[in-house]
Design a protein around this ligand. Structure first.
Ligand code: ADP
Ligand code: MG
Length: 315
């Protein structure tokens, strides 16, 4: 199938919004930004074999390509509006594109995101999405606002996606609920919005909790002490892995797309109310300290050192 026919299929299925003056079909999209709001823009690329296993189904690739981008807007407390899609495809496979769009557009529809343009080329399978959203000036959740004494919180559960990846790499069957979390992460948009005005800093966890909490701390000029025992785990993760492996998956794994955020202790009730309103669970997992670096603590108060074999295995 030719590039033009693929684009026509995409155009036929793309949803519309009133603020899209001109969508797919011209040289550029024309979009109306609400007066007085800031435009929040984020881009992420997924490459086959690097960002998802080669056997990932096309609808999961579509879902995940948009989800990881929406997760970045969630971490800013922004509301998504539009996206573009740059596709590199090994062949013009109409069925593949339709299944890809099933996943991509299901998530787009859920969050009222219009696909307004993109690019379609031949090459190794790669999906690059750019999302655009809005946030009120002064209300964005940035990385650099954490202060010593703030609590550190995390949404949802950690480690499921890394667990699925480790099962896949070991050549065995993936536990379905874990694989679901690897293939179809949930961007925490409602929570991000609800945390505006409450959280002092926020980041989404894509590269692993310790790494991403480290980025937040470095930006804030602070450090953190996180309690491994407090890290929220799904029933499947808790049932299938030893504590030691679970800690490696949860602290270092990545692909979680949960929000890690900091809040002054006086605001604990406000956090729980925001989480309740957003329909997303949250857990308090540690606190911000003055010394730089992120330390993961065991229940006995000693600092945890990730086991080398574990880290190598999950790299
Ligand atoms: P140009 O050569 O002017 O860049 P293209 O032929 O690449 O135009 O694209 C034609 C139209 O189709 C443009 O509006 C572009 O944004 C849109 N488009 C191309 N590929 C995609 C895609 N994968 N998803 C959404 N829109 C696309
Ligand atoms: Mg083009």
């Amino acid at each position: 199938m030719a590039e033009f026919d693929l684009i026509a299929r995409i155009q036929a299925r793309a949803a519309r919004r009133d603020d899209v003056v001109l969508g797919i079909g011209d040289d550029a999209a024309l979009l109306r930004v609400p007066p007085g709001r800031l435009l929040a823009v984020a881009t992420d690329t997924l490459n086959a074999g690097v960002h998802f296993p080669e056997d990932t189904l096309p609808d999961a690739i579509g879902w995940k390509a948009l989800a990881v981008n929406l997760s970045d807007l969630a971490a800013m407390g922004a509301t998504p509006a539009w996206c573009t899609l740059a596709l590199s495809l090994p062949e013009g496979d109409a069925l593949w594109i339709e299944r890809f769009l099933d996943g991509f557009l299901a998530l787009a529809t859920e969050h009222d995101v219009a696909l307004v343009g993109g690019d379609t080329t031949r090459g190794p399978l790669s999906v690059c999405v750019t999302v655009h959203g809005f946030v009120d000036e002064g209300r964005a959740l940035v990385r650099d606002g954490a202060r010593e004494g703030d609590d550190v919180w995390i949404s949802g559960t950690l480690g499921d996606a890394a667990a699925a990846l480790s099962q896949w790499r070991a050549g065995g069957a993936c536990e379905p609920s874990l694989r679901q979390r690897l293939d179809r992460p949930t961007p925490r948009l409602a929570l991000g919005r609800a945390l505006a005005g409450i959280a002092s800093a926020c980041i989404d966890v894509s590269d692993g909790l310790l790494a991403d909490a480290g980025h937040l701390c470095a930006a804030s000029g602070a450090g953190a002490e996180l309690q491994l025992a407090a890290l929220p785990a799904s029933p499947a993760l808790a049932a299938l892995f030893t504590d030691e492996t679970r800690h490696v998956l949860q602290a270092g794994g990545g692909d979680d797309y949960e929000l890690c955020f900091t809040v002054a202790p006086a605001q604990r009730d406000a956090v729980l109310q925001a989480a309740h309103a957003a329909g997303t669970s949250v857990s308090r997992i540690g606190r911000i300290v003055g010394d730089a670096g992120v330390r993961a603590m065991l229940a006995d108060g000693s600092a945890w050192t990730p086991p080398r074999h574990g880290y190598e295995h999950f790299r």
